[in-house]
Design a protein around this ligand. Structure first.
Ligand SMILES: Cc1cc2nc3c(=O)[nH]c(=O)nc-3n(C[C@H](O)[C@H](O)[C@H](O)COP(=O)(O)O)c2cc1C
Length: 266
């Protein structure tokens, strides 16, 4: 393989993309973060690197707390939005119809719609050229009950998580290429794991069928008469979510964001 040299850059890919909630009450905010990772197993330690000009920066600095909410395919659009609009101008929870949940060990909210929320307490703050790195201990982890199997194991493969690579969001492939240590696995272990996998696939299928049955049993919403349905471009009957009009005028302030620029600036 012949390679070409490029100027030094943050070319580590793929990276996680997470929705970090911070602040509290009326001031609660969400910032999308790609510069994050695990730095120690026991105690579990993580970090988020935040530019000093972000609205969230002072919230994390002052409270010493934040929550890392893992991002799913369903949440990707909201994650992108929370990464290109500032909490200075809008309430991102409200705008994206996200529900603030209760942190057990921190006072800032979790995001209810996220399958996993890591409650973090800041231990150190390091200042670098563009970003401040908040090193934190993970003091509690909340996981959607739907992702916990009957043996109490977390089935993250069911969570539809996404990652971020070179400016783009990607869903994870359902089928893993292998599991930890698969390069040196004994044939006997391989056989046992394959049997487990088949059992799990059957259980997942049953679970899906049950949830489809439940959905079908739910009462259907009444059909709206045609005359009341909104036509394309008709803003007259539009139901604005609370506060959105304010956001439109305040957030817009004439300046349009260049999506390419905001994509590059992590
Ligand atoms: C995918 C993605 C990843 C991002 N990663 C970071 C990051 O690691 N650090 C950072 O300071 N900003 C990052 N940003 C930008 C902030 O999320 C963005 O400036 C946001 O609007 C700040 O919100 P706030 O002003 O309410 O804090 C990222 C944006 C996107 C879309």
């Amino acid at each position: 393989m012949s390679k070409q040299s490029f100027k030094p850059g943050a070319m580590l890919n793929p990276v996680p993309v997470v929705m970090v909630s911070c602040g509290s009450g009326e001031e609660a905010n969400i910032i999308t973060i790609a510069w994050t990772g695990i730095i120690n197993s026991d105690p579990p330690m993580t970090y988020v690197s935040v530019r000093r000009e972000r609205h969230s920066h002072h919230m994390i600095e002052e409270s010493g707390q934040f929550v890392i909410n893992l991002c799913t395919q369903k949440l990707a659009l909201a994650a992108d939005f929370c990464g290109v609009r500032s909490g200075r101008e809008i309430d991102k929870f409200q705008n994206q119809s996200l529900t603030p949940g209760k942190g057990e060990r921190v006072s800032c909210p979790t995001i209810e719609e996220a399958p996993v929320s890591l409650e973090c307490v800041v231990k150190e703050q390091h200042r670098y050229g563009t970003h401040d790195m908040f090193v934190a201990e993970i003091v509690n982890v909340q996981v959607d009950e739907q992702l916990v199997d009957e043996k109490g194991r977390i089935c993250l493969d069911q969570a539809d998580l996404v990652c971020y690579s070179h400016g783009e969001y990607f869903g994870l492939d359902k089928e893993p290429l292998g599991r930890f240590g698969y390069s040196v696995m004994k044939p006997k272990t391989k056989k046992r794991l394959e049997a487990q996998k088949r059992q799990k696939a059957a259980a997942d299928k049953r679970r899906r069928a049950e949830s489809q049955k439940e959905q079908a049993a739910k009462p259907q919403r009444e059909k709206q008469p045609k005359s009341l349905k909104r036509k394309k471009g008709d803003t007259k009957n539009r139901q604005w979510p609370q506060g959105q009009r304010r956001q439109k005028s305040e957030a817009g302030k004439g300046k349009k964001q260049n999506p390419k620029r905001s994509r590059k600036k992590s």
